[in-house]
Design a protein around this ligand. Sequence first.
Ligand code: F3S
Length: 421
Amino acid sequence: MRLTKEQKRILDGQEGEILQQAMIALVKYGTAMGAEEFIPVSSAHTFFFSPRAVAQYFPPRHVQLTEGHVTEFCEKLACIQVRAKTTIDPGAADLNKWRQMGASEDTYKLAKQATEICRRNGILANWTCIPYLEDNIPMIGEHCSWSESSALIYCNSILGARTNRDAGEASFFSALLGITPNWGMHLDENRKGTHLIDVRCEMNTTSDWGALGYFAGEVAGADIPVFINLMRPTVEEAKQLGASLNVPGGAAMFHIVGVTPEAPTAEAAFGGNVPMATYIFDESVKRRVYESINHQPKGRVNMVFFGCPHLTLYEIKEISRLIEGKHVAKDTRLWVMTTHSIRASAERLGYAQIIEDSGGDLFADGCLLSYYEYSDSDKPDLERVATDSIRQGLGARKSFGSNVFLGDTKRCIQVAIEGGV
Ligand code: F3S
C-alpha cells in the first residue's frame, strides 16, 4: 500500500507501540483486500466489551494476559485520543440495573472500567447498536469504519455514508488512526445493486419489514438487493429491514428505489448492472418466512423480548400504550431494551413507569445476546422466547437453544399478558 509520510512514521513506531501495532494490522488488512491506499474516516463504531478483550487485539495475541498486562495496556491506551468520532456496541451489563439482569459484580466492574477507559481515550461509551440515531450520525458520502452489522447496513443504505463490514479489531484500529483501507463499500463500483426484489404485499408491522429483510438476505447473500414497489419506511421499519437482511447473508447495503439516497431510480440503483435475479415478495413468501422462524412456538413463554436493534422512543411509547393498565403473566418476563439516553427520556415521559407497573423491565447498555453470551451473568429462563425481531429470535435459538415465537409487537404484548402462545 502507498503510505503517506505520517503513516510511515506511525508504522516505524515513532508515535508509540499501540499506534504502530494498529498501523501494522491495518496495512495487513488493506493489503489482503487489495487496497492501494488509506482514506480518512470521520466515524467509527466498534466493540469495547472489556479492557481484556481490547488488549487482545494487540500482540501478544492468543495468550492468557495477566492482570498486570491488561492494566499496563489500559494506561498506555488512555494516553491516546481516538482520531474519529467513536461509539461502542452493546456490552455485558446494564450499568444501572446490573443486579436485575443477573450480572455479577465482576462483570459490572469490568463494564464500568471499560466505560472509564473509553472516556479517557475519547470514545463515547454509549453501548448501543443504534449509534446512527443519536450519537454517531455520519452524513452522505462520509467514510466510516463500523463493526455492528445491523448498524453498518443502515449507515450505508439509509444515510448514504460508506463503511465496510469491518471486524471489531479493524474498526478499533481505524478509530485510533482515523483511517481505513480504501476498498469495498468505500468505492462507487461496489455499491451497485445486484438483485431485484419486487414487493407485492402490504407491509403492516416492523416485523413484516424484518421478514422482507430476511427473505432478501436469503436470496441475495452478501450482495446488494434493490427493492421496488416498496413504500417509504419509518426509521423503525428501516432498522428492522437492515438488521434482518444481514442475518442469513452478510449484506452491507440495500437500495429502495425512490427512497434511499443512492437509488433515485432503478437505473441509478443498479448503476449499469443487469440484475442477477428477480424475486417477488408477496403474502405467501412473507408467511413462509414467519413460519420458518417460528420454532415450536405453541405453549408457555418465559421471556417476551423487544429491542433488537435497540428501541427508539417511539417504539417504547407504543409498547407502553399497549401494556398500560395490564399485567405481565406470572412466570413470564417482559424485557424492553434501548439506549441509556432513550431510557432516560422514557423515564422522564412516564413510559418507563407504565412498563414497570405492568411487571416489565426497561434495560439499557446491552441485549440478551450481549448480556449472556460471553459473560458469567445469571441468565433468565430463555427456553421459550417471544419477540418481534427475527435477528434476536434466531440469535436466542442459536445461542441459548430457545424455542422462538415471532410475532408483531401487539401480538407479543398479548403473549406477555397471557403468558403463552
Ligand atoms: Fe443490537 Fe443485540 Fe440485536 S447488539 S442488533 S440488540 S443482537
